[in-house]
Ligand binder design. Structure first.
Ligand SMILES: [Zn+2]
Length: 154
């Protein structure tokens, strides 16, 4: 199982957030030989441009170009993202399953879209919960070693 563990995982609110706020970092990590993934908390179905299907296709195409090992969505409701215990546990289960050593999140100034700040809070909480035995699911019973926050205005 350890060969499938991710080195780096970007957890963002919407499809395209990872590309916009840390795409260069993710590509650089892939180029250096690290196993990299991106996980969106929502499908971006409430966006003013495109629709969920188009955004999913674009995210998949971007993942291929960037060389990502994993691209997933938790499919929580877009523009209605809420920091709940249930959502924290869902994300903790994904983090445990993927086992990233480094987690990349939105930063604390990312409140232009309300989902971004909520995604950061969910990521921080879920990273902690991923190391607790009480959280269900298989994978790596440990927390990411480091959390990085993306500096972006969105
Ligand atoms: Zn976004």
């Amino acid at each position: 199982m350890s060969e499938k563990r991710l080195d780096v995982l970007a957890v963002t609110a919407h499809p395209d957030d990872a590309e916009l706020i840390c795409g260069g970092t993710l590509i650089r990590c892939v180029d250096k030989g690290y196993r990299v993934g991106a996980l969106e908390l929502t499908g971006g179905e409430s966006g003013s441009r495109g629709n969920a299907l188009r955004r999913a296709r674009e995210a998949e195409a971007a993942a291929e170009v960037m060389g990502l090992a994993v691209r997933e969505s938790l499919e929580l409701p877009d523009a209605q993202l809420v920091d709940t215990v249930e959502n924290r546990v869902k994300l903790a289960e994904a983090i445990r399953r993927l086992g990233p050593r480094v987690l990349i999140l939105h930063n604390n100034e990312s409140w232009r879209h309300p989902d971004h700040g909520v995604a950061m809070n969910l990521g921080r909480a879920a990273a902690f919960l991923a190391g607790l035995k009480m959280i269900p699911g298989e994978g790596y019973l440990q927390r990411p070693e480091k959390i990085l926050y993306c500096q972006a205005y969105t």
